[in-house]
Design a protein around this ligand. Structure first.
Ligand code: HGY
Ligand code: MN
Ligand code: MN
Length: 399
């Protein structure tokens, strides 16, 4: 069987983005579907029984599916122009860990399953961890089904065209009961493990984070015939808002706020936009501080819009409180990996969504630069191999 690095190597050509660099593997896009098929084949080659549940989550079972199983997994979808490891490292490490356990002659006393969650990044439908939120009921079914991608396709339609029945999408207590403990291995998206020392850390918490959409409305017009004094240009207001986001967050220790996506409508070079949509990603350990941040940003946005003769609306699209992983499970994992430091993360994960329903924990694998959501995301082969062994040790110890 392939090692974790060979497994990652076997998918390195899937979903390469020639324009952005890195990988663009949006949920239910061809690259992501190809990766799903790759995972199913790899799991079946290992004798695992594979099923896809009514929310599109793939489960690969070693042993008969039953309540209280030990489950590990991650995601295969990516951000636009993302790195090679965010998601796939956890899935490939889980496959490699099963190989290691089989080679050790382990006979699981309880079933072990590998899961692949759809739409962890929220890159297509705008809500991160959509699959695990549906599973746990952390998102309303109607809201989920009506989410739209950039082309206006609803999640319901896309789910339907990928074999799901929208009438059955939603909370799945039977599937959730099968998760006795959940452990997700993930590339570290920070510099906590640096360049030396242990390559693996145990997760402690996930920063509270949310997404908001701001829409600035102005007067669309001709770029050449409209004098500067006669404009209500939402792009100018949007530019002020982006600066206000940065300035507001910079004043708040530990806050992070980002506008990574901005869409002018109609988006012509010789056209003054009529509307500009921009999306805010804001995060802070204290949910009350995040709320104050958003209020301050919205105040500045309204001032910026008014100064340009425009208006602005703000809509919350998703929010997750700060999450602390299960203390008992993390302690047990710490005992199995005595050299592993404990790290908090600023990145969201399905393990964070599941933590509200089942004992959940994370392992992080060194990423020397800490850069992620970028083609420069990196894990050295030896660290990836160390991660797979660490995951195998943890799974064996928890079985
Ligand atoms: O956005 C996040 O924190 C995660 O990568 N989905
Ligand atoms: Mn991820
Ligand atoms: Mn990510």
């Amino acid at each position: 069987m392939e090692t974790v690095n060979q497994l990652l190597d076997s998918i390195k050509g899937v979903g390469r983005d020639a324009v952005r660099g890195g990988y663009s593997r949006a949920v239910y896009s061809t690259p992501e579907l190809d990766l799903r098929q790759w995972f199913i084949e790899q799991a079946q080659q290992r004798g695992l029984d594979v099923e896809t549940d009514r929310n599109g989550i793939i489960w690969a079972w070693w042993g008969k599916p039953q309540d209280g199983a030990l489950v590990t997994g991650s995601h295969l979808d990516s951000v636009p122009g993302g790195g090679a490891f965010d998601g796939p490292l956890g899935v490939a490490s889980a496959l490699a860990a099963v190989d290691i356990l089989k080679a050790r002659g382990v006979q699981p006393p309880r079933p072990l399953a590998i899961t692949v969650f759809p739409e962890e990044e929220g890159s297509r439908f705008g809500v991160a961890c959509l699959g695990s939120r549906l599973l746990t009921g952390a998102i309303g079914v109607e809201k989920a089904l009506n989410l739209r991608d950039a082309d206006g396709n609803t999640f319901a339609d896309v789910a339907r065209s990928n074999g799901l029945d929208p009438r059955h999408v939603g909370p799945d207590p039977e599937a959730l009961a099968r998760i006795g403990d959940f452990v997700e291995l993930h590339v570290e998206q920070g510099k906590g493990l640096g360049n030396g020392g242990p390559a693996i850390a145990v997760g402690s918490s996930i920063l509270g984070h949310g997404r908001w959409k701001l829409s600035v409305n102005g007067q669309g017009n001709h770029a050449g015939t409209t004098l500067m004094a006669d404009r209500a240009d939402p792009m100018v207001a949007a530019a002020q808002i982006v600066l206000a986001v940065r300035d507001t967050a910079a004043k708040q220790p530990d806050a992070r706020a980002t506008v990574g996506r901005l869409t002018p409508v109609p988006g012509g070079t010789n056209v003054i936009a009529s509307r500009v949509d921009l999306w805010l990603d804001a995060r802070h350990p204290d949910d009350a501080v995040t709320a104050q941040l958003i209020e301050a940003i919205y105040r500045s946005a309204k001032e910026a819009a008014a100064a340009e003769g425009c208006t602005v609306t703000l809509t919350e699209e998703s929010y997750s409180d700060t999450v602390y992983f299960d203390a008992g499970l993390s302690r047990r994992i710490g005992a199995l990996l005595p050299d592993a430091p404990v790290l908090a993360t600023g990145a969201g994960h399905d393990a964070g969504v599941l933590a509200g329903s089942v004992p959940s924990a994370m392992l992080f694998v060194r990423n020397p630069s800490g850069i992620s959501h970028s083609p420069e995301e990196y894990v050295a082969d030896e660290d990836a191999a160390t991660g797979a062994v660490a995951l195998a040790d943890v799974l064996e110890g928890l079985l």
